[in-house]
Design a protein around this ligand. Structure first.
Ligand SMILES: Nc1ncnc2c1ncn2[C@@H]1O[C@H](COP(=O)(O)OP(=O)(O)OP(=O)(O)O)[C@@H](O)[C@H]1O
Ligand SMILES: [Mg+2]
Length: 533
């Protein structure tokens, strides 16, 4: 006797649903994508308890014809694909006709919808694929879908869900990712009654990025808009000094669809090669726009993987787009060194601009000359306070940073750079990290926990900075037992410990290193390492 039999329809439904709806965030993704396909310009997402007990997605899109409502909840029912050829060029977010059927199979669903030309709308209720009611109802134009008790009839799936906060975070992550590339849609996310996200929907991608990731992130971006061989990529990449400790902020899209793409990720990082330090990763929001027939989106159940007809042009596109953004964008970092070791600031209230003579006395004639020359009008050096620096060469700088008093030193120098690779030879040229790394820049890792501290200090007004009082030489104060990063610092310090009367200040990179040019060498001072001493 045979042992194979066709599964009961309800069990088959549950199995199929499991592929599409893995957790609350996957249901939200499907509902939001449906709203986008419906032409919505405002989408509100509400969740409670991580979405397990309650999810509601409201849009102002086209709405349902009442006669379509029941069909929409049947498997393989869709308005987006009609014939096999349509699958070769999918231009909508949805195409399988499975999402609503899957969600309805594992929860209690209520739909309210009205089209603009209809006098009344429709209310449809369905529990675990079983219709409960379908009736006319008054409601605004658009669609509202309420999902209650997700997985209530599949305890096995329930068991594998994470705690509410993790599920809510996953929902937030999905909504944010989608919002980043639909700037003309206003997204609102409400989590347990609290508004967590609200994008303006003004059509500006930077506004959406600002709303999602905040001011600091949005301020540290370079625009990308590049076309090559009929395909294009648009969006933003982080400035090199805003690179991050991991890849979690690398957001790639293909035709507005968030995807995981190794090709794009490798191209991005290749484009940034030498511009960011080892162990740091550029962030991005990059949307590759490619003819629909050149990409297969029917690869992954959650549609987050795509297959390109040809990977090479995609790699080249992203790579050259990134290179171009770095070349043409403003990647300069304002040089600023701050010193604040003691928690209480110096009471010094007398502040003075350092005179040219004083400057020379401190930094040595050549150094002062070169700073004055190379940085031109935009250079300024401010130091203040009762104590005047005593060193007569550029070791003052290191000593100053190393000094334990609560005094500050600040530079405000726009670096210049010669395109022929010879630093500090011409006025007014803007440095790019690529230029620097053609020189003898060391690969140095920066500790993550330093970053926020750095960033938050960026806004400190120069006038608020107390003066610095250099006393000791750095080489004396390098702690002996520093390991790893320490050895590199040691290496840097050692190289600076040689005579440096002839060093010329070049500028600062990545908010981290101060660059000096010597006869045949480039000296980097890690200002934070120096700071810590
Ligand atoms: N918010 C909405 N507004 C208007 N129509 C909708 C909405 N959501 C779904 N629909 C209609 O219901 C149909 C079924 O939706 P469903 O999400 O199940 O499938 P799909 O979007 O076509 O494909 P996929 O399963 O890939 O998402 C859609 O094709 C669409 O016509
Ligand atoms: Mg859909």
């Amino acid at each position: 006797m045979g042992i194979i039999h066709v599964l009961d329809k309800s069990i088959a439904e549950l199995i199929a649903a499991g592929e599409v709806v893995e957790r609350p965030s996957s249901a939200i993704k499907e509902l939001v994508e449906n709203a986008i396909d419906a032409g919505a310009t405002a989408i509100t997402i509400e969740i409670q308890k991580g979405g397990m007990s309650f999810m509601r997605v409201t849009d102002n899109g086209c709405g349902f014809y009442p006669e379509d409502v029941k069909n929409a909840f049947l498997r393989h029912a869709t308005s987006k694909v009609q014939k096999a050829e349509d699958l070769d060029a999918i231009s909508t977010m949805g195409f399988r006709g499975e999402a609503l059927a899957s969600i309805a199979a594992v929860s209690r669903v209520e739909l309210l919808s009205r089209r603009e030309d209809a006098v009344e709308g429709v209310r449809y209720v369905i529990d675990a694929s079983e219709e409960v009611s379908c009736e006319p109802a008054g409601c605004p134009v658009g669609t509202t879908l309420v999902i209650r008790d997700l997985f209530y009839n599949t305890p096995a799936r329930l068991k594998f869900l994470k705690k509410d906060s993790s599920e809510a975070n996953a929902v937030t992550g999905i909504v944010e990712k989608i919002a980043l590339v639909y700037p003309h849609i206003s997204f609102r996310l409400i989590r347990d009654g609290e508004e967590k996200l609200h994008t303006p929907g003004d059509g500006q991608q930077l506004s959406a990025i600002y709303a999602v990731f905040g001011r600091d992130f949005a301020a540290g971006l370079l625009p990308v808009d590049y076309t090559m061989n009929g395909i294009s990529v648009k969006g933003f990449v982080s400035k090199p000094h805003k690179a991050r400790a991991n890849r979690s902020m690398q957001n790639f899209y293909v035709n507005h669809r968030y995807v995981k793409s190794r090709t794009c990720a490798v191209a991005l990082e290749e484009g940034f090669k030498h511009a960011v330090m080892v162990g740091r990763f550029p962030a991005c929001v990059l949307d590759v726009c490619i003819p629909a027939q050149s990409v297969d989106v029917n690869v992954h159940p959650a549609k987050i993987e795509v297959r390109f007809e040809n990977e090479k042009p995609i790699f080249d596109l992203v790579y050259f787009a990134v290179k171009n953004a770095l070349r043409t964008g403003d990647v300069t970092v304002e040089g600023k060194i701050e010193k604040s070791v003691a928690p209480v600031r110096q009471k010094d209230s007398v502040k003075e601009r350092m005179s040219a003579q004083e400057f020379q006395r401190i930094f040595g004639e050549k150094t002062a000359e070169s700073i004055g020359k190379k940085a031109g009008e935009s250079s300024s050096f401010k130091a203040a306070g009762a104590q005047k620096p005593e060193k007569k060469d550029s070791s003052f700088l290191l000593s100053a940073l190393e000094d334990g008093s609560s005094k500050w030193i600040s530079f405000d120098v726009s670096p210049s750079h010669s395109e022929n690779g010879n630093p500090a030879q011409e006025k007014g040229k803007v440095y790019s990290p690529n230029h620097w790394t053609k020189g003898r820049l060391l690969d140095v890792e920066v500790e993550d926990d330093l970053l926020p501290q750095r960033l938050s200090k960026e806004n400190t007004s120069l006038d608020e900075m107390p003066a610095v009082s250099p006393q000791k030489s750095v080489s004396n104060s390098v702690p002996e037992e520093k390991e790893e990063a320490g050895s590199l610092e040691q290496q840097t310090i050692d190289s600076v410990a040689e005579p440096y009367e002839n060093l010329r200040y070049i500028g600062e990179i990545f908010h981290t290193y101060i660059l000096f040019e010597g006869e045949n060498r480039l000296v980097l001072v890690d200002k934070h390492a120096a700071h810590e001493r």
